[in-house]
Design a binder for this molecule. Structure first.
Ligand SMILES: Cc1cc2nc3c(=O)[nH]c(=O)nc-3n(C[C@H](O)[C@H](O)[C@H](O)COP(=O)(O)OP(=O)(O)OC[C@H]3O[C@@H](n4cnc5c(N)ncnc54)[C@H](O)[C@@H]3O)c2cc1C
Length: 455
């Protein structure tokens, strides 16, 4: 059968969650994925007896966020989420907890005392402004922080920005850092106009109180069994009316009189009423004819970054990685690392350990030189590691289809073509990664309901 109600282009986690939800509403759905396996960036696979993920992952917003809603409404079973643990910063002296709130920041002796006081004042000001409704999403971290910080503090702030957006502190907004560090909720309230003065005041006080009580890792987790366990739960929950075909690259999205009519792969054409496209929105102009000029130009402004993850399989468990959570290294060449085998059995052979180190790729350099720089940094951070390296495996990926930068564009879920919708991390600026994808999926479902397509 070549006719479907809905075709989802791309079988990454956003495409699959969309297909799952639409399928559970009774529609005939086809997912077309160009790779040999579904999952996109949300997957795990074996390398020499170690099970690596596609990058080290912290799944966020699990208490009230979009994934909770998707899990509750559409998944047949809930994967087991393991408490995320602690965020550390590593220096030549070892590990120190990353501060979650102002009290902790003031005592954070990795940075000079004078800088800590100035940065605490800046955070307090940013949160106060946000609490009183001032939009800080166009203000760069670079411009907001005091200009006379030490190099060390600037490197620290820059590393945090790179880890949150893939971009520098000049391109990262104050709002992004507040949201990414849990000081403000990313959720956009449906309708705040009706809240009373008392409710508004309570909400402001609650936000400000986070200066003292915030916890960065609140409501975050790693999935037992590795990242693929989340993917497996989504695939297992697919109803029979959802078909997934792999090795199928969609080359064209077909339209007639400004309305979607189907898609075309190398071998076949399919007709349908609705297409949900979960590939890079930036590539849409190559796939759809006659998009408006302004729309094409906006999509061209989407900012992206690439990551390099070095998975290191260790022949022995090292005391340096004897923790649950993740660590950041911020000097010169920043990384974010997670010893994922500490969470759950089976990711490394017994007695061995698996650690993933993620760097932002400098796209002016070759991949080979970036790999060498990554290994040099890892050895600089944890000198003893060299004796225990049993496996090295590198991944290059685009973690999010759009970086949330000050001037970058985020596409809307609705397109100028009727019945063509976009889903994925380049269509929502809230939260990060899989959770961001979750927000986007919920928004597409809402549009499909508003457009009378889903009940
Ligand atoms: C190093 C790294 C660390 C990360 N850390 C975290 C984290 O800590 N927490 C978190 O939540 N997220 C994290 N992420 C991000 C998260 O994995 C992704 O945001 C999420 O998996 C993206 O899902 P997606 O479906 O939107 O996109 P993708 O995974 O990119 O899926 C898109 C799919 O569409 C397919 N496709 C594209 N075009 C076509 C076409 N024309 N025809 C057919 N198929 C097509 C692709 O092959 C792909 O499978 C991280 C990612 C990386 C790489």
């Amino acid at each position: 059968m070549n006719r479907y109600d809905v075709i989802v282009v791309g079988g990454g986690i956003s495409g699959l969650m969309t297909a799952l939800a639409i399928g559970k509403h009774g529609k005939q759905v086809l997912v077309l994925e160009e790779r040999s396996l579904p999952g996109g960036n949300c997957n795990s696979y074996m390398v020499d007896s170690f099970q690596v993920d596609t990058g080290p992952h912290a799944i966020t917003g699990l208490t009230h966020g979009p994934l909770r809603q998707i899990i509750n409404e559409y998944l047949d079973y809930t994967p087991v989420f393991l408490t995320y643990g602690t965020y550390f910063v590593r220096t030549s002296k070892g590990l120190t907890n990353i501060p979650s709130n102002i009290a902790e920041f003031v005592g954070f002796d990795v940075l000079p005392r004078r800088d800590r006081i100035m940065v605490s004042q800046a955070i307090t000001k940013a949160l106060t402004l946000t609490s009183f409704g001032v939009d800080t999403s166009a203000q760069s971290v670079h411009d907001f922080l005091p200009g006379n910080l030490s190099t060390q503090s600037i490197e620290f702030a820059d590393a945090i920005c790179h880890l949150l957006t893939g971009r520098s502190m000049r391109e990262t907004s104050v709002h992004r850092v507040l949201a990414g560090s849990n000081f403000v909720d990313d959720e956009v309230k449906e309708d705040t106009n009706h809240s009373t003065l008392t409710e508004q005041l309570t909400s402001r006080i609650t936000r400000l109180s986070r200066l003292a009580t915030n916890r960065v890792s609140k409501s975050q987790a790693y999935v037992r069994g590795g990242l693929k366990s989340f993917l497996n739960a989504v695939i297992y929950s697919m109803p029979k009316n959802v078909e997934i075909r792999t090795n199928q690259r969609v080359n064209k999205i077909l339209t007639s009189d400004g309305i979607v009519v189907g898609v075309e792969t190398d071998d076949e054409s399919f007709t349908c009423d609705v297409v949900v496209y979960s590939g890079f929105a930036k590539q849409l102009p190559c796939m759809v004819n006659e998009l408006p000029e302004q729309y094409i130009s906006n999509l061209g402004r989407i900012a992206q970054s690439k990551s390099l993850t070095a998975w290191i399989g260790l022949s022995h468990e090292m005391p340096e990685f004897n923790y649950i959570g993740s660590e950041m290294w911020f000097q010169k060449h920043a990384y974010w690392a997670m010893p994922i085998s500490n969470y759950t059995d089976g990711l490394a052979p017994k007695g061995k350990q698996l650690v993933g180190f993620t760097f932002v790729v400098d796209e002016t350099k070759t991949i080979e030189s970036e790999k060498r720089k990554a290994m040099d940094t890892i050895v600089e951070a944890v000198p003893r590691i060299e004796q225990f390296i049993e496996m090295e495996h590198y991944q290059i990926a685009t973690p999010e289809k759009a970086s949330v930068t000050i001037n970058g564009y985020i596409a809307e879920n609705r397109t100028p073509v009727k019945n063509l919708y976009l889903v994925g991390t380049d269509t929502d600026r809230r939260s990060m990664g899989i959770t961001r994808a979750g927000y986007s999926v919920l928004n597409v479902l809402k549009l499909l309901k508003n457009d009378g397509y889903l009940k």
